[in-house]
Ligand binder design. Structure first.
Ligand code: GDP
Ligand code: IMO
Ligand code: MG
Length: 422
């Protein structure tokens, strides 16, 4: 398959988990390189639903090497729970899952600080997942983070954790929040450290060995392009580089070993949390929510929904270098008479064909729409391109053309088999 970076082209939840599951068949190694347990990647296999947060979705295939890379922030307790959950579902990750020694830890004070900062922001809150992601990456950048390598060194972990809890308790008190008990946190996280020890590895060396034996590596992006710390709708973003470059820094695999970038996008747009969403539309949100769809895989929050925004996906293709596109959730539009696609923005007299950096300008923008006739036929049974109604094919061709990349996968349902390979 060659080394493939898979990224979300919108605001996350594009269906990356499902597409990773489909592409894993052709891969030897699957790597997460950024984000943490803010991610929720759903895979449906033979009627069973799996939601992965930290473990690469490739783990659902037997005998694939799965790596949690150095760029991920890992809550050890949450990772233990996830592994235990997999065991209960009959999946044993032991021997296939590797956790980078240099991945940074998410600790209870990060979660507490995340919640307090959101509370103080009030109506300006980001709407984070409250998993402590921002404060953990903040500590990493400030060089005050603890890493997996520290967690599995009992003496060092005890010393460093004591210092970090002392300092963070002062901050928590200033926020009017309850300080944390060192003893309790230490006990809980040490136990997680012991549990995780067999998974811990120098993953950069492992991946270099995989490159040497010409293994096919699949990089599983989390979140989406417009949640990227640099390229997203700042400050309404997450705290990592969700775009293709993050796969290199978050794994230690150099750019010239990357062969292609696949962008995943929904046939419409969703966003969970605050921040601009130019094509937001109540009618389409009501339609999808009534079908029981578009509720967050991590937090259960209803996702905001809107029409497909080609300004957004075009920009995503440029900054990620997307070669190939996977479009998911086509079946969500089956009942519509007319389908709108945003092809530009208007802010007063000004027209944009790219996403403006000033989010106040973006918030003022109104979409310029093109209209497509709906196909009004169920698509969930389609397995080949020619099984799709002609109007659905035209719509998908237009999405790919407007975005500027080649369509290779069309998804018509959450199941593994509900996938059309072009
Ligand atoms: P991710 O974070 O990008 O992996 O996406 P999520 O798992 O958070 O959200 C995508 C949702 O859409 C999940 O519930 C998937 O099971 C579901 N899904 C993915 N592709 C399709 C599709 O083509 N049709 C339908 N109906 N659901 C899909
Ligand atoms: P996957 O990998 C959708 C959003 C949050 C919030 C913002 C910052 O499943 O696509 P954070 O907790 O990261 O500090 O929250 O980012 N967010 C996601 N939205 N899908 C995700 O992951 C997300 N991870 C974070 O809702 O708006
Ligand atoms: Mg998700």
């Amino acid at each position: 398959m060659a080394n493939t970076i898979l990224v979300g082209a919108q605001w996350g939840d594009e269906g990356k988990g499902k597409i990773i599951d489909v592409l894993t068949r052709q891969a030897d190694v699957i790597v997460r390189t950024q984000g943490g347990n803010n991610a929720g990647h759903t895979v449906h296999i033979r009627g069973k639903k799996y939601v992965l947060h930290l473990v690469p979705s490739g783990i659902l295939h037997r005998k694939k090497m799965c790596v949690i890379g150095n760029g991920v922030v890992v809550d050890p307790v949450s990772l233990v729970e996830e592994i235990e959950g997999l065991l209960q579902l009959g999946i044993r990750p032991h021997g296939n899952l590797y956790l980078s020694e240099t991945a940074h830890l998410v600790l209870p004070y990060h979660r507490e600080l995340d919640a307090q900062r959101e509370r103080l922001k009030g109506k300006n809150r980001i709407g984070t997942t409250k998993r402590g992601i921002g404060p953990a990456y903040g500590d990493k950048a400030a060089r005050t983070g603890l890493r997996v390598i520290d967690l599995v060194n009992p003496e060092r972990f005890r010393q460093q954790l004591r210092l970090r809890i002392k300092e963070n308790n002062d901050v928590l008190r200033a926020y009017g929040a309850r300080p944390l008990s060192f003893e309790r946190v230490h006990r809980q996280y040490r136990a997680a450290g012991d549990y995780l020890k067999p998974f811990v590895a120098n993953t950069v060396i492992l991946l270099q060995e995989a490159l040497r034996r010409d293994a096919d590596i699949l990089f599983e992006g989390a979140q989406g392009t417009f949640l990227d710390l640099d390229h997203g709708t700042y400050p309404f973003v997450t705290s990592s580089n969700t775009t293709a470059g993050g796969a290199c820094t978050g794994s230690g695999v150099p750019p010239h070993r990357m062969d292609r970038v696949v962008g995943v996008m929904k046939a419409y747009t969703t966003r969970v949390g605050e921040g601009p969403l130019p094509t937001e539309n109540a009618e389409i949100a009501d339609l999808l929510h009534a079908l029981g769809r578009e509720f967050g895989a991590t937090t259960g929050r209803p996702r905001r929904c809107g029409w497909f925004d080609a300004v957004v996906t075009r920009h995503a293709c440029l900054v990620n270098g997307i070669d190939h596109l996977a479009v998911t959730n086509i079946d969500g539009l089956d009942s519509l008479e007319t389908i709108k696609v945003c092809i530009g923005y208007r802010d007063g007299d000004r027209r944009y064909d790219y996403v403006p950096n000033d989010i106040e300008a973006l918030a003022r923008c109104t979409p310029i729409y093109a209209e497509f006739p709906g196909w009004r036929t169920p698509t969930h049974r389609a397995r080949r391109w020619k099984d799709l109604p002609a109007k659905a094919r035209s719509y998908l061709k237009a999405l790919a053309e407007l975005s500027g990349a080649q369509l290779i996968i069309a998804s018509v349902g959450p199941g593994r088999e509900q996938t059309i390979m072009l």
